[in-house]
Design a protein around this ligand. Structure first.
Ligand SMILES: Nc1ncnc2c1ncn2[C@@H]1O[C@H](COP(=O)(O)OP(=O)(O)OP(=O)(O)O)[C@@H](O)[C@H]1O
Ligand SMILES: [Mg+2]
Length: 325
């Protein structure tokens, strides 16, 4: 690889994944996507059933990346101030003091975000977008880096508040872990029994400053014009699909190119190929697509639309830019 910075970022990111996989069994694809989102400075929505290792994965990433970790449970009574923090009166000093909430951390696990009402959801999403919170007219910057892994149950049961599309769009990726194979599930049991305790302590591979450098290195990965145009064509095609009410916004095509670039780093390359785009397209685009309401009881879904546009939009066969040996 010609780009030394990317080579180093790639090496460290590979170590982070290996470390996380010491704790999380058999989720390489999903874990790779989560890490790609982090390299691309994004936030991830983990949509899954309970007990599939989401908390374990979040905690493991925080440990391996050397980030401060907090978890916030999004209960129906969680208030924006419970997340952002608020002014408390300090008796001794006789003045109000800002007490920082759990959002002031490196990696925030926002658990079950669809159980909390929209007001608190939007406080989180605003902070994600702007990397700052405003309380009583005063603005506080969040830590850098700051990443959110939010979990949501895929079944909308009574008393939940599904995120509106405009909010979903703020997540770079939506990822599902899914159930393990029975061999993997057995491996989870064996590892737990061998360990003789619940928790696993992972080695830290880097720290906050190190992650910022990995993210900066990711910014230097080359994107051929043909690949950039491919991202735009995929996003546009989701808008033109017959099943679709609203397709991906330009934020989707941007997310596609940024995630593909991070994915290239994880694959040990300092340039993006169309296969990187294909590998991340479902996770980047599916949650940004709303299918027509009359199709809600059918098989039509954002995921299926993405699969179809991947089949129909022609893949660029050669990179137009600098020749690659
Ligand atoms: N793929 C896996 N690899 C290793 N351990 C796993 C895996 N899946 C589940 N476990 C184990 O199962 C238990 C539940 O995992 P965890 O708490 O991370 O689930 P969760 O997805 O966060 O669940 P919930 O939605 O209820 O919060 C933990 O003890 C965890 O170690
Ligand atoms: Mg959990």
């Amino acid at each position: 690889m010609s780009n030394e910075r990317v080579a180093e970022a790639s090496r460290l990111a590979g170590q982070v994944l290996d470390e996380v996989e010491r704790a999380v069994v058999g989720k390489r694809e999903a874990l790779t996507l989560v890490l790609a989102a982090i390299l691309a400075k994004g936030h991830v929505l983990l949509e899954d059933f309970p007990g599939l290792g989401k908390t374990l994965a979040a905690r493991s990433f925080a440990q391996a990346l050397g980030l401060d970790f907090r978890r916030a449970q999004f209960t129906p009574d969680l208030l924006p101030a419970d997340l952002t923090g608020s002014y408390l009166y300090d008796q001794r000093r006789g003045e109000f003091e800002f007490r920082r909430g759990p959002i002031f951390t490196g990696l925030l696990l926002a658990d079950e975000i669809n159980r909390t009402p929209p007001k608190t959801q939007s406080a989180l999403l605003e902070a994600m977008q702007e990397h700052q919170v405003t309380v009583e007219g005063e603005t506080f910057p969040l830590l850098e880096p700051f990443h959110v892994l939010a979990t949501a149950n895929p079944i909308e049961y009574e008393g939940t508040y599904p995120l509106p599309e405009a909010q979903l769009d703020r997540f770079l990726l939506r990822v599902s872990f899914g159930y393990p194979s029975s061999a993997e599930e057995y491996d989870v049991l064996v590892r737990r029994l061998d360990r003789r305790r619940e928790e696993i302590v992972l080695d830290r591979v880097t720290d906050a400053a190190g992650l910022l450098e990995i993210q900066a290195a990711t910014e230097t990965v080359q994107v051929d014009p043909s690949v950039g145009r491919y991202c735009v064509e995929l996003a546009t095609a989701t808008r033109e699909h017959a099943d679709v009410l609203t397709g991906s916004s330009p934020r989707g095509s941007l997310g596609l190119v940024l995630t593909a670039r991070a994915f290239a780093v994880l694959r040990g390359r300092d340039y993006v190929v169309p296969e990187d785009v294909k590998a991340v397209a479902r996770a980047v685009l599916a949650h940004r697509i709303t299918v027509r309401p009359e199709l809600w009881m059918t098989e039509a879904s954002g995921r299926r639309v993405v699969d179809e546009v991947l089949r129909t939009v022609p893949t660029p066969t050669t990179l137009e830019g600098a020749a690659r040996g």
